[in-house]
Design a protein around this ligand. Sequence first.
Ligand code: ZN
Length: 352
Amino acid sequence: MPPDTMTAMVLDRFGGSFRAESRPVPRPGPGEVLVDIDSCGVGLTLEHGRLGLLGGSTPRVLGHELAGQVAVVGPGVRLWAPGDRVTASFYLLCGSCDMCASGRETLCRNNGGFYGLAVDGAFAEQAIVPAHSLVPVPDGVGLREAGLVADAVATPYHVAAQRIGIRPGQHVAVIGAGGGVGVHMLQVARAFGARVIGIERDGAKLAELEKRGLADVLVDSGAPDWSAQVVRAAGGRLTACVDMVSSQETLDGGIDALDAGGTFVVVGHRADTQVRVPSTRLLLGELVVTGNRYATRAEIAASLELVRTGRVEPVIGSVLPLVELDSAFAAIRANEVFGRVVVDCAAPAGAS
Ligand SMILES: [Zn+2]
């Protein structure tokens, strides 16, 4: 039997800090499960969520990069049982619209918002999760890694598999390569056979990328001619450029670097910038300009498989206890962590 109360970190108002609260452990309703949360990742998306830029309402328990074990299943839940190791999609999908039914669930017509913003999430010892959002975590993948895989590896997987369709030997550049998603984008692109060019302007992150050998070539985007350097690094054959930053400078420079037939993918979320491509260049070069919205549940499962087989190694820069959630967000804001920050949500042994 689960304990009667749990600790949850509550955001009382957007832009504020988190408050530890002891609250009754919720009971799963029809189609829901209660998950004992092991851990939950923190990235820039969540900082945007904390600021109220992604919708939802307060007071709210944030957190969507979750991993844990099923504790209790609600009425009508047949596919899951207590003890199952799980992570989850953080989109609240309808599961039955034409997009969901045709493998494009990230464009769900009836998307209910983000788990952990529209409903309470996983910065808590236990959390309610829609059963149809769950993805099983295979043996050989730790729960500590699985939660971040469901976002920071699965999103690159969607980029590589669906938005680009990477084939072995192609040159793929990643702008913002030292960020929490970028470090995994490099690895996923390599797992698809690409030669990867990492573009980053933070000196410490460039050094870390170099030390870990995560890119074939590194380019410092602080250099005024960085776009030309990328072209040279690819021998003039840049097949795709993935922009995790989406500043006007990175969008313009990334588009400039593309070879004919190339694909540009916007991943970084910025409200104030524009993708600018001369229409003749688009036409004569058959360029593809696209965006990437998260990943499907099937792609989350595929990403976990890349980790299980050692082709992608999740990069965890820091692990903090649940009650230090403010520090985790501060680290993300300060851009001082290499890889993901993971919050340890597991109830202390013997707690009740
Ligand atoms: Zn749908």
